[in-house]
Ligand binder design. Structure first.
Ligand SMILES: Cc1cc2nc3c(=O)[nH]c(=O)nc-3n(C[C@H](O)[C@H](O)[C@H](O)COP(=O)(O)OP(=O)(O)OC[C@H]3O[C@@H](n4cnc5c(N)ncnc54)[C@H](O)[C@@H]3O)c2cc1C
Length: 671
């Protein structure tokens, strides 16, 4: 059994990373030319890693199932990326970013990793500016910042509502330079379907060419998984439709432990679901909570009238509105972290105060920000006694400059003008904090197998603060992995090319082939989506925003039964030797059907509420925090890392005990 050694270096937290880098093995540039690295996934994490490793001189093979790295899910990131630059002079520092991230994650992340993340965050911004990423600038031309939930400083760098896209273009241009030089061989439209181990080390992958259906063998001295998160286990989520768990799950089955699968983020500001035939949910960026105020009617009869279309939100006077986040959390107000905001919205809606026909929506209102900005602009422009219309027009122009594309997107989807009437929002699955377990070096429990970005479990604990995923992905890819992987590869400079005509490659390829043949030959009666939707419903109802023992046990049994039905009755049209989107989906849903059960098992095992994991049995009953989530540090201050043993129900739990030497474990309060 692999041991769970986090390999955190000794010494004071602020020196760990520097000391570590000073003492690792280096590979000389001439030897890097003899070393191959496979990077699976070319979103922000994989793209930045591939570009940097190639720039260093390694031979990189990069894989993505889309037709171009530019289409990775990272493109969807809207709001921004954090860095402790303290450009606003509001007291930010590496320590504060470290502190906010550990606290935001409800003290379930590894201190040393988070400190390193804060420490390198500033480098990311410099690197991206050098690549030409058009971050927003203030009136003096310096980089601008805004704030995100869970913090009291402005440290979020952004490019309108397109931060992910702009960062991805930066990483992609860095990759392109290396593709042109031949240092990166890019395999678009290729899906990794398994990993190959030789003598216990990761030495290659089996990939399917999604256009021809051909199975390919690729070898390397190390393999990096950068394949994103598994939020689509819920079927409906804000993730890209193709986002999946396959690569992470396959490496789990080959010996990589899977950590904290139950830590999911439900994002508070999504456009509510509109019906049963939807396959995707749309996020409205968290940055909107800087200026938008969240409320529901204070009176049940008003809520009912709104649900029935008899009353409009603009007809409800101030005194009859319940700005429940400002009421419950005066210190952070609308900028409480996502888990807190999501649960508060659910609580109001469950109590009957929801504001759309299904009762599953709350308002996000910009009226007061529009008026405030309008008055400020009128002053700046020297307008005496401006009319209300003039003020509103001026205010709307400012809101448009800050969030214009998000407002336009909302209007296109909901057919209401959010400048004139409040937006409707509701929580939706958005991000997964769990993932493949990695040590301080970002290496999994399989030697030579690394995992970075959203696919790993590191850094965010039980809850991710906004704008921290991009920071972690790029920190891993540009500034952490390139060092740590060198330390491992230094032993491989004389290994030579890894052959692919070996029994290990034969065996894994055969397993992959058999599974594909099963799918196309099964000729069952139900589509892949039928099973995915059913799984999503079980997950949302019983393993969603809040969980209890009874529901989790039911979920485990129901998912197992659904999985058995899937293998008997799934129907995959078409052939294996052609482009076949249903076949691709079948493989991914098969993996979701196993992950879902482990997810519920993990949630069942963790009998405490923390961050994105709210156990109904574990709630504060007394005092100022009455009704809030209750953490249990005595028994649960650990990472749960699961070892694969066949059926998900049989997975074996390993605990990585978390030590907090630099941050005091405290009740998380945003009041
Ligand atoms: C709507 C939305 C908005 C967001 N906004 C923000 C934000 O403002 N700030 C922030 O910090 N975070 C944000 N996030 C989160 C953030 O976007 C993601 O966590 C991050 O982009 C993940 O990056 P990644 O590189 O790990 O994975 P991804 O970008 O998901 O890339 C995965 C890559 O893996 C490839 N891949 C997957 N499986 C396979 C396989 N089996 N074989 C081959 N290739 C494979 C894909 O082709 C792709 O290249 C947002 C998320 C969403 C959904």
């Amino acid at each position: 059994m692999a041991t769970l050694d986090s390999k955190v270096p000794e010494g004071p937290i602020k020196d760990k990373w520097t000391n570590y880098k000073n003492h690792i093995e280096l590979v000389n540039p001439a030897n890097k030319r003899h070393i191959d690295v496979i990077v699976v996934g070319t979103g922000l994490a994989g793209g930045s890693a591939a570009a940097t490793l190639a720039e260093l001189g390694y031979n990189v093979k990069a894989f993505a199932y889309q037709d171009s790295p530019r289409r990775a899910h990272s493109i969807a990131a809207q709001g921004g990326i954090n860095a402790s630059k303290n450009y606003m002079g509001d007291g930010d520092s590496d320590y504060r970013l470290f502190y906010d991230t550990v606290k935001g994650g409800d003290y379930r992340s590894r201190e040393a990793n988070v400190y390193r993340l804060a420490e390198v965050s500033g480098n990311i911004i410099d690197q991206c500016v050098a690549q030409g990423v058009p971050f927003a600038r203030d009136y003096g031309g310096l980089l601008d910042n805004r704030s995100f939930g869970g913090v009291l400083v402005s440290r979020t760098f952004y490019a309108k509502g397109q931060t992910g896209q702009q960062l991805l273009l930066g990483a992609y241009s860095a990759m392109n330079r290396q593709i042109a030089r031949g240092k990166i061989e890019m395999f678009n439209r290729h899906e990794m379907l398994d990993v190959v181990k030789i003598d216990g080390k990761a030495r290659g992958i089996i990939a399917r060419n999604l256009i021809t259906g051909e199975l390919e063998r690729h070898s390397a001295h190390a393999v990096v998984i950068a394949t994103g998160g598994y939020g689509n286990v819920y079927f409906l989520s804000t993730n890209a439709m193709g986002s999946n768990v396959t690569a992470a799950w396959k490496v789990h089955k080959r010996g990589a432990f899977f950590a904290n699968p139950c830590f999911t983020q439900i994002h508070p500001t999504c456009i509510p679901r509109s019906g049963d035939y939807q396959s995707k949910l749309t996020l409205m960026s968290e940055s909107l909570r800087n200026d938008g105020r969240i409320w529901v009617p204070a009176k049940l009869e008003d809520a009912k009238a709104i649900q029935e279309g008899r009353l409009k939100p603009t007809q409800i006077p101030e005194e009859d509105r319940d700005y429940y986040l400002e009421r419950r959390y005066p210190a952070f107000g609308n900028l409480v972290p996502r888990d807190v905001a999501s649960r508060a919205a659910k609580e109001r809606c469950d109590a009957g105060y929801g504001v759309n026909a299904t009762g599953e929506a709350v308002y996000l209102d910009f009226a007061s920000a529009i008026e405030r900005y309008g008055k400020e602009q009128a002053k700046l422009k020297g307008l005496n006694n401006p009319s209300k219309e003039e003020i509103i027009k001026l205010g709307q122009d400012i809101i448009k400059a800050k969030y214009g594309n998000l407002f336009q997107m909302y209007e296109k989807i909901v057919a209401e003008n959010p400048y004139e009437t409040p937006m409707m929002i509701y929580p939706a699955t958005h991000y997964t904090m769990g993932g493949v377990w990695v040590d301080y070096n970002l290496m999994t429990t399989v030697p030579g197998l690394y995992c970075i970005g959203e696919a790993n479990f590191s850094d965010h604990g039980a809850n991710r603060l906004g704008a921290s995923a991009l920071m972690q992905g790029l920190a891993d890819g540009y500034f952490v992995l390139p060092y740590t992987i060198g330390d491992y590869l230094a032993d491989d400079i004389q290994t030579g090319k890894i052959p692919t005509n070996t029994p290990e490659f034969d065996a894994v390829e055969n397993e992959v082939k058999e599974r594909i043949e099963f799918f196309v030959n099964n000729k069952g009666s139900k589509s892949v989506d039928y099973f995915h939707k059913k799984l999503g419903k079980i997950m949302w109802d019983k393993v969603g925003m809040s969980r209890n023992e009874k529901g989790l046990k039911e979920a485990m049994a129901e998912i197992k039964a659904l999985r058995e039905e899937f293998w008997k009755d799934v129907n995959v049209p078409g052939n294996a030797n052609e482009m076949n989107a249903e076949l691709e989906k079948a493989g991914r849903v098969a993996d979701f059907l196993e992950l879902g059960e482990l997810f519920a098992k993990d949630a069942l095992t963790r009998n405490e509420s923390c961050g994105g994991h709210f156990r109904e049995e574990s709630v504060e009953l007394e005092g100022e925090q009455k009704g809030e989530a209750k953490r249990n540090d005595e028994e649960y201050a650990f990472v749960s890392a699961w070892e694969y043993k066949g059926e998900p129900a049989d997975a074996v739990l390993h605990k990585e005990h978390l030590e907090f030497n630099d941050i005091e474990l405290k009740q998380r309060s945003y009041k």
